[in-house]
Design a protein around this ligand. Structure first.
Ligand code: GRF
Length: 268
C-alpha cells in the first residue's frame, strides 16, 4: 500500500530530500503529507516547500517538552499519517508523543496476522535487548521510524559518526528502526555497514555513511509499503547474525537504555 508519511526534521534535510526524490522517481510508493520542523529556519523546510509539500514548524524554544509535543500533535492531527519518519529530528520524543502513534494503522494489523517470533529485537516496554524470542505485537509498536548513523546498539546519541570514528572502528553503519521509549532504540528494520578506508578522514567517513543513508532510507520505506512493517522486521531478525558481526562495541548500549530528555542536541 502507498504510505502517507509525516517527516520530522531539524536541519539540512538531506535524508528527507532522498525520500522526496525517491517518491518522484517512483522508487518509493508513498506520499509525504507534511514536513514538520522544530526549527523554523531549517533548510529542510525550504526544500520541502519547493517540492510542493505542506510544511509546518513550531520552535520548541521557551516551551516545556509537554507543551511543545501537544502542539506538534495538534498540528500533525490535520494530516493523514501512516508513519512518522524522523529524518534528523533532533528532539527526544516523550512517551506521551509516541503513544499517539501506537500501531493502529490497518496494514500493521493485517501484517501481524501470522507474525512469528523474532530474535534479538524487543518490544517497547520490554527488557532491553534481550535475545529471547519475542512476538511482534502491533499493539505495542509505534508508527515512528528513525534513521541513526551507526550500527546500534553501538554509538547511540547525537554524534554517532564522530564517536565511531574516534573509537577507530574498521566499519560502521546505518540503522533504521522503529522508535521505542528509549533513546536510539527499538525494533530494527534494517542495518547496513560501510567501511573505514585507509586515507579516510572524518569527512570522507561521514560522506560514505551519508550516501548509504540516502540509499537505505527510501529503500526500507519502500519495502514497508510493499510488505508491511511486520514482515520487514521479521526479515531483519532472520539475518541479524550478519549484522551482529559488525557490532564493534556495546559500550553505548547502557546510555541508550536511559531516557535523556534533558540532554538536547544542537540543531544542525
Ligand atoms: C543524519 O545523519 C541522520 O542519520 C541523523 O541526523 C542526520 C540528519 O541529516 N539522525 P539530514 O538532515 O537528513 O541531512
Amino acid at each position: 500500500m502507498s504510505l502517507s508519511l509525516a517527516i520530522l526534521v531539524s536541519g539540512r534535510g538531506s535524508n528527507m530530500s532522498a525520500i522526496l526524490d525517491a517518491i518522484k522517481s517512483g522508487a518509493l510508493d508513498a506520499t509525504v503529507s507534511v514536513v514538520f520542523s522544530n526549527n523554523p529556519e531549517a533548510k529542510a523546510l525550504e526544500i520541502a516547500a519547493a517540492h510542493g509539500i505542506s510544511i509546518e514548524s513550531l520552535s520548541h524554544k521557551g516551551m516545556s517538552r509537554e507543551e511543545h509535543e501537544k502542539s506538534v500533535l495538534q498540528i500533525l492531527s490535520k494530516y493523514k499519517i501512516d508513519f512518522v519518519v524522523l529524518a534528523g529530528y533532533m528532539r527526544v520524543l516523550s512517551p506521551c508523543f509516541l503513544r499517539a502513534f501506537k500501531g493502529t494503522a490497518a496494514h500493521l494489523d493485517e501484517a501481524a496476522n501470522g507474525a512469528s517470533p523474532g530474535e534479538q529485537l524487543r518490544r517497547p516496554d520490554g527488557p532491553p535487548c534481550t535475545p529471547a524470542p519475542l512476538t511482534f505485537d502491533p499493539a505495542e509498536l509505534y508508527r515512528i521510524i528513525n534513521i541513526h548513523p551507526s550500527l546500534l546498539p553501538s554509538f547511540p546519541g547525537a554524534h554517532a559518526y564522530e564517536d565511531a570514528w574516534e573509537a577507530g572502528v574498521p566499519a560502521s553503519g546505518i540503522t533504521i528502526h522503529l522508535v521505542d521509549e528509549l533513546v536510539d532504540h527499538g525494533p530494527i528494520l534494517h542495518q547496513d555497514s560501510f567501511q573505514r578506508l585507509a586515507g579516510d578522514n572524518i569527512d570522507t567517513f561521514k560522506a560514505r555513511g551519508l550516501a548509504l543513508e540516502h540509499k537505505l532510507f527510501p529503500a526500507v520505506l519502500h519495502e514497508i509499503s510493499k510488505k508491511g512493517i511486520i514482515p520487514v522486521l521479521q526479515e531483519f531478525a532472520g539475518s541479524s547474525s550478519q549484522t551482529e558481526s559488525y557490532l564493534h562495541t556495546a559500550s553505548g548500549s547502557e546510555t541508550a537504555s536511559q531516557r535523556q530528555l534533558d540532554k538536547e542536541v544542537p540543531v544542525k
